[in-house]
Design a protein around this ligand. Structure first.
Ligand code: ASP
Length: 365
């Protein structure tokens, strides 16, 4: 909030400065006309600024000083889509699925089970749904394969697990959890990760399991028109014991090549959780989230610069990543149960529930 006002004053100052410049170059006109022009110019700039700000610094929900019993936030990807791009039938399906995923998390947290389990179970549900770009329904690589990434992190212990570029593990988030719980490692990739998952008793499927016509058609479209995909899933939770957890799962970017791995399985980039600060799950153009170590940067700004969650999320998504040309968003919950859902795209599939308050499911700005 403070930042917002600081920016507001900066824009006002810029507006006034531009009027000084305008005055220096003004042709011969009456003084009154120029005063009116300048006032109008300032007003238009200020209006554009305020509008822009309210569009970008979105969905910050603070609960004051009262810590809720539990909080759950989930996302199904961010992208530049508008309501007119989505049919009424698909819209209903998104609302239903996000609602079902949210209810899974609510039931788990309400019964006092750990945030880690809520995050894992919500993501398993979303991976099993062909609608999202994770598990079944994952996007295709340039070569027409599915290479899935997932990660999970426990804010209580700072333990984490991840798998990347896996092609036959039914639920990559389960494998990520196993890497965390049953191996000394953090990130396993490709066939090695599959071998590990199999040894851990996880379900291995034929690669054709991940196929959906929607994802295949998206690749064909992009092969003609190079464009990005979306629909990654993620979840962050704050449980009754005050522990935080975060997880993310994705098929990556449609048309990816050369074994490309995005931010989703990279702890600190796409996923981060720390009980001292917050839990974060990212979605968007992964290369930017890796370069800006997005999830960890939000936590670090809270820890070292004493920003609140809303300010830290705004700085990473709406300033650093946006200014660098990246797009996407984050969902996050902090150690007091405050939520931030911040994205610099026109849409983000998302749902959340703060114990004792009404749940929300949203798709657009
Ligand atoms: N961040 C993911 C990646 O770059 C994609 C997404 O979230 O849409 O792999």
């Amino acid at each position: 909030m403070l930042n917002k006002y600081r920016d507001c004053f900066a824009t006002l100052a810029m507006t006034l400065n531009s009027n000084v410049i305008a005055r220096a170059f003004r042709p011969k006109q009456s003084k009154n006309l120029y005063q009116i022009n300048n006032a109008l110019f300032s007003f238009v700039l200020l209006t554009i600024f305020i509008c822009n700000q309210s569009c970008l610094a979105q969905n910050i929900f603070n609960n004051g000083n009262k810590r809720p019993e539990y909080v759950i936030v989930l996302h199904g990807g961010a992208g530049n889509f508008a309501q007119s791009d989505i049919t009424a039938e698909n819209e209903k399906q998104y609302y239903d699925l996000l609602g079902q995923a949210l209810n899974i998390g609510i039931q788990i947290l309400d019964s006092g089970v750990a945030a880690m389990d809520a995050v894992e179970q919500v993501i398993i549900f979303m991976e099993d749904s062909p609608v999202f770009n994770a598990g079944k329904g994952a996007v295709f690589t340039h070569d027409g394969r599915n290479e899935l990434d997932a990660s999970i992190m426990d804010g209580r212990t700072l333990k984490a697990g991840a798998v990347a570029a896996v092609g036959n593990i039914k639920n990559p988030i389960k494998a990520a959890r196993k890497v965390m719980d049953a191996s000394p490692h953090v990130l396993l990739t490709g066939e090695g990760a599959s071998e590990f998952a199999k040894a851990q008793g996880l379900e291995i499927v034929d690669s054709s399991y991940f196929y959906t016509k929607k994802s295949w058609d998206a690749l064909q479209k992009i092969l003609q028109k190079e464009k990005e995909g979306g629909g990654t899933v993620g979840c962050v939770a704050f449980d009754k014991a005050g522990n935080l957890a975060a997880g993310t799962s994705t098929g990556g970017m449609t048309n990816k090549k050369y074994g490309r791995i995005g931010d989703s399985p990279i702890i600190g980039a796409g996923t981060y959780a720390n009980n001292n600060t917050c839990a974060v799950s990212c979605t968007g153009y992964g290369e930017y989230f890796i370069r800006y170590i997005a999830a960890y940067d939000i936590s670090a700004m809270m820890e070292y610069a004493h920003l609140n969650l809303a300010e830290a999320a705004d700085s990473v998504i709406n300033k650093k990543i946006k200014n660098a040309g990246g797009y996407g968003g984050i969902i996050a919950v902090d150690k007091n149960g405050n939520i931030s859902i911040t994205f610099n795209t026109t849409g983000m599939f998302r749902a959340y529930k703060i114990a004792g308050q009404e749940q929300k499911i949203l798709l657009y700005k």
